[in-house]
Design a binder for this molecule. Structure first.
Ligand code: HDD
Length: 692
């Protein structure tokens, strides 16, 4: 299915003499120059004889090469690696009580969106599955102007004041001498920084948890991180935290999968998103808010709402659903859309305002500034992907890459020359009128004392997780610190962990072979079970993939039965065999999509051996099944397909192993249930070994 082209975001299109901006299709008859001159040949430069030197007069050669030389723009200084999709946000109308923002307040109102997911540290060509925070940036093209919610898949941030952002990023990016490592934090400078700046501890805990290696964008939560101020139509204000809850549930890779994927399929996440969209399984999330009173204290139940290293537990303030986001169209052109999209925390609409969070305040400066370098000047809002869908009537003029041909004589206010227009919009005209707030105080470079508690919430996070999730955190810390050269940095980080949790410190220290330092971890921490992502009842399986192992003797009709049932659940089924080509003939003929040589277990969420498949001792297949089993994925077989599982040492009766005598409901039901649990974690102690 070809990607659905989206409208060209053309509402207030900069109109040129020849009309509105064009979507350049590549299906015209003749190749032309950029000036529209038809070309006879683009394979041979103009030369003095077929063995002679090239002539400077070859304007086509010079235009083609010059343009090519300038094809790259500076990559984003952070979040360079990203993938995006178009979609729609539909409001439930439930936020109408707390905000006048039309796209949230009006029930059923639909708003176009463009969402870009990203990693933070890696460059544009780095792998998707590295351990890192993921960006979750949403551009809402509302009819009151564009609102950007530039969030992450973790609810807290490394630092409390934006002035430290260059420092944490310099520490996290590859070393300046030999530029390594790429796209990850397992190096001395990162751990040096975070062990010295203990406010980073909470975010580091999230990074070292399974949240740092999401299964897909579809199974990733999103957070606005900061506290925002919402303004209702009667002027009442409240403080909120924004959340994106994936309908498919929150799920992650296991670390070994993430590492394998980085080599086998560095595009793992972007491929998953675009394949899913093409297969008709859109990515879906519920938008939600936690609402706290705006009582002038900027705190709630002892939590400083201006401190971006703190979250508000959902048990304390439940997330209220206010709308649904559906991503159902891939970009038409990566560069034009995904690369050139410009997010800015200052793109706000009436009804949504900022708070004094010092991280947020710095961001309000940084995003606009960075686009000017990245996109070559101040007119980036005229790029099709950045054009608001609300009418634009600004007085911004000229500048690099000006594509609008503005009319009028008076780009200033007040004027009489252009009949006094444009005019000011007050709140009743849906103008953005900032809510008055009292700001007074001494100019100081200081944090409030409440910012000093760096350990209670990291302890809450660790202790609220299940044992298997805690094991993963221990392993991640041990892995990352194990890559650090400087002993003193490892010891300092262990001292930090000693102030979070005794068990965590002891196990990581044991893994590193270092003494466990003393600390004062917080006691009596109130837990938040909502932080765990392990599910005990099956969730949705849309977008998941099942690999079916088969050969020419396999029950091909059974594979079709499974495929039919899978389609109803938004799941795709792919046949894997020893060699490529077709299996069988007639209606149940199967196309082999992967061979034992081209498949890796990370591609699939479950593996099944079709009945009738002859048992094989092919080592590649055995390793494939064992790998899936080791990663706690659902595996299964019907009929005598079981023999192949047994050859790989996988027995009927193990957790997450689905076996039935034939294809059909008795097999599909338990298989989709196992898939809906994401992993058979009960198997973990036996197959993954215990963490330290
Ligand atoms: Fe940032 C990009 C998220 C703090 C400065 N940031 C960027 C993107 C995301 C975030 C998702 C990628 C947007 C895209 O897809 O184009 N950033 C966050 C979150 C933060 C945060 C959730 C903390 C809560 N960022 C932050 C601070 C600063 C920046 C404190 C600077 C003071 N961020 C930038 C930037 C980037 C950026 C340098 C790089 C490219 C861009 O903006 O457009 O301006």
């Amino acid at each position: 299915m070809p990607p659905t082209p989206r409208p060209d975001q053309s509402s207030p299109a900069p109109v040129g003499p020849t009309g509105s901006p064009e979507t350049r299709t590549q299906d015209g008859t003749f190749l032309t120059t950029a000036q529209g001159v038809r070309l006879p040949d683009t394979h041979h430069s103009l030369k003095a004889g077929d063995r002679g030197p090239t002539l400077l007069e070859d304007f086509h050669l010079r235009e083609k090469i010059t343009h090519f030389d300038h094809e790259r723009i500076p990559e984003r200084v952070v979040h360079a690696r990203g993938a995006a999709a178009h979609g729609t946000f539909e409001s439930y109308g439930t936020a109408g009580k707390v905000t006048k923002a039309g796209f949230l307040a009006e029930k059923g109102k639909k708003t176009d969106v463009f969402v870009r997911f990203s990693t933070v540290l890696g460059s544009r060509g780095s792998a998707d599955t590295v351990r890192d925070t993921r960006g979750f940036a949403v551009k809402f093209y509302t009819d009151e102007g564009t609102f950007d919610l530039v969030g992450n898949n973790m609810p807290v941030f490394f630092i409390q004041d934006g002035i430290k952002f260059p420092d944490i990023i310099h520490a996290g990016k590859p070393q300046p001498d030999i530029e390594l490592p790429q796209a990850q934090s397992a190096h001395d400078s990162f751990w040096d920084f975070v062990s010295l700046h203990t406010e980073a501890t909470h975010h580091v805990m999230w990074n070292m948890s399974d949240r740092g290696i999401p299964r897909s964008y579809r199974t990733m939560e999103g957070f606005g991180v900061h506290t925002f101020r919402l303004v209702a139509s009667n002027g009442d204000t409240s403080l909120v935290k924004f959340h994106w809850k994936p309908i498919a549930g929150v799920h992650s890779l296991v670390w070994e999968e993430a590492q394998i994927a980085a080599g086998v399929d560095p595009d793992f996440h972007r491929r998953d998103m675009s394949d899913g969209i093409k297969a008709g399984a859109p990515l879906e999330y519920e938008f939600g808010i936690q609402v706290m009173p705006d009582d002038g204290t900027d705190t709630f139940e002892g939590i400083d709402l201006l401190d971006p290293t703190k979250l508000v537990p959902e048990e304390l303030v439940p997330v209220q659903p206010i709308g649904k986001l559906t991503l159902d169209a891939n970009p038409t052109n990566y560069f034009a859309e995904t690369e050139q999209v410009a997010f800015h925390t200052g793109h706000l609409v009436p009804g949504i305002e900022v708070t004094n969070d010092p991280l947020m305040q710095a961001r309000l400066f940084s995003y606009l500034d960075t686009q000017i370098t990245r996109l070559g000047g101040p007119n980036f809002a005229q790029l099709p992907i950045n054009r608001p869908h609300a009418p634009v009537n600004d007085m911004l003029r000229d500048g690099m890459h000006q594509t609008a041909v503005h009319t009028g004589l008076a780009p200033y206010r007040n004027n009489t020359v252009d009949d006094g227009e444009p005019t000011d919009a007050d709140a009743s005209d849906r103008g953005y009128v900032q809510t008055e707030r009292v700001i007074e105080g001494r100019a100081v470079r200081a944090n409030p004392a409440s910012f000093d508690d760096h350990f209670t919430q990291p302890a809450m996070f660790y202790r609220s997780l299940t044992p298997v999730e805690q094991d993963h955190i221990v392993e991640a810390f041990t892995f990352e610190l194990g890559k650090v050269y400087e002993q003193s940095i490892k010891e300092r980080e262990l001292a930090v962990l000693a102030n979070v949790d005794k068990d965590l410190r002891t196990r990581v220290a044991a893994g590193l072979g270092l003494p466990a330092p003393k600390g004062t971890p917080p006691k009596d921490v109130v837990l938040s079970p909502a932080l765990s992502q392990v599910v005990t009842t099956p969730g949705p399986v849309d977008g998941r993939k099942i690999g079916v192992v088969a050969d020419e003797n396999a029950d091909l009709a059974g594979i079709d039965k499974l495929r039919k049932a899978a389609e109803k659940h938004g799941v795709t089924v792919h046949v894997i065999a020893a060699v490529g080509g077709l299996l069988g003939e007639g209606t149940h003929r199967q196309v082999v999509e992967r061979t034992f040589l081209t498949v890796r277990s990370i591609e699939f969420d479950a593996f099944v051996v079709a009945g009738g498949t002859s048992p094989t001792t092919d080592i590649k297949l055995i390793l494939l099944l064992q790998e899936a089993f080791r990663h706690c994925k659902a595996v299964g077989a019907w009929g005598d397909g079981l023999a192949t599982l047994e050859a790989a040492g996988i027995a009927d009766g193990e957790p997450g192993v689905v076996v039935a005598s034939s294809a059909g409901k008795s097999f599909d039901g338990p298989l989709f249930a196992a898939l809906g649990l994401h992993r058979a974690w009960d198997r973990a102690p036996a197959v993954m070994g215990s963490a330290v």
